[in-house]
Design a protein around this ligand. Structure first.
Ligand code: F6R
Length: 350
């Protein structure tokens, strides 16, 4: 049921703080983590972790790579499932595989899993549907407790996947993080941001008549740019690219025309100035700059400001304005927001 919301997508966007609190309840008890010990041991003993996924779940995987590498200092590779299935890279013999899938039914991942099982690799599925094929057929499964996701464009499952990867990495690390505090603070910051989204709608109305749009960012913000661009293009049909901020000038900047919106995501001090100067490069070619950033990094004229949270959790927060931009763009253009053309909720063919 949509309740007070006009569309499932908007309802699911607003459910996200609750989803974070629910996953905390599922896995954190009195600051200790409740995750199958043999899963943790197998992950600890592996020399390298491979993450396989598609679409939005793959973007959560890219964020997860940063979180895991930061917290446990083990190399992580992220692969697109459909590529991995038939163009398998060289695999470390002591590898552990994490498959991320909201539905747990994605055909590309099922093909990967069949091949991995034949070679006796250990596998974990992170999913929203614990009764799904992937959950049943992999060695381990972790449920993300996002609740049924009805809108085709994935929102709450994405943030839940990132939260799950954070909890899992924390369980394997010896870092002193007050995980309950950090996740609660993130959920609260999400809630505060979602209390008023009218300025996002105004921004969208102003720039809706564009053929192209770009999201740019570095590091974690690059991963968020990819996901932000996918959200906007899949439901508004505005051609949108997510780009590594420093890479744009190596060719793609040729596509910037007068009044092309370029949205920079900036959530870390170390990349703040560089990303801003990349944004300036597009402005001098006619782009309209929009900045999504944090309170501690804001500067005059920034458009969308979020509260500061733990540096590994910023992707959970910075994706919110991008989800709303996508929603309002589709809304203003009069499209079927929950059921975009050419797309299905679960992709069960290769
Ligand atoms: C985009 C979207 C898709 C899915 C992808 C994988 O909003 O929902 O990109 O993320 O098809 O689906 P799952 O996670 O079910 O394997």
């Amino acid at each position: 049921e949509k309740g007070i919301f006009e569309h499932f997508m908007l309802k699911e966007i607003h459910e996200q703080p609750t989803v974070i609190r629910r996953i905390m309840k599922g896995y954190i008890h009195d600051s200790s983590i409740n995750i199958n010990q043999s899963l943790l041991n197998d992950l600890k003993q592996s020399s390298r972790i491979y993450i396989l996924a598609a679409g939005t779940s793959m973007h959560a995987g890219i964020v997860g790579k940063k979180i895991i590498e930061d917290l446990i200092k083990k190399p992580v590779e992220v692969h697109i499932a459909s590529e991995f299935a038939y163009n398998t890279p060289l695999i470390d013999p002591n590898a552990f595989f994490i498959l991320i899938s909201q539905s747990g039914e994605t055909a590309d991942l099922r093909t990967c899993l069949t091949k991995l099982k034949k070679q006796d690799y250990k596998t974990l599925t992170i999913t929203n549907v614990i009764t799904s094929t992937l959950a049943r057929e992999s060695l381990y499964a972790l449920e993300i407790f996002a609740g049924p996701e009805i809108a085709v464009a994935s929102t709450k499952a994405y943030v839940a996947q990132i939260a799950m990867l954070f909890i899992l990495a924390y369980a394997l690390s010896d870092k002193a993080i007050d995980i309950q505090y950090e996740l609660s603070k993130t959920a609260q910051a999400m809630e505060n941001f979602l209390l008023s989204d009218s300025h996002i709608r105004d921004l969208v109305v102003k720039y809706i008549n564009t053929k192209h749009a770009f999201y740019i960012g570095r590091g974690m913000d690059y991963a968020t740019s990819l996901e932000a661009a996918l959200k906007l293009k899949e439901i508004s049909y505005i051609h949108t690219e997510g780009f590594a901020a420093g890479e744009l000038k190596h060719g793609t900047i040729a596509l910037i025309e007068d009044k092309t919106p370029v949205i920079a995501i900036i959530s870390h001090e170390s990349i703040n100035l560089n990303t801003r100067s990349n944004l300036e490069e597009t402005v001098s070619r006619g782009a309209i700059p929009i900045v999504i950033t944090l309170e501690s990094l804001k500067s005059d004229g920034d458009d969308i400001i979020l509260e500061d949270v733990h540096p590994l959790l910023t992707p959970i927060l910075t994706i919110l304005p991008a989800q709303l931009i996508a929603y309002y763009a589709s809304y203003e253009l009069g499209y079927d927001i929950d059921k975009p053309r050419n797309l299905a909720k679960s992709v069960t063919v290769e």
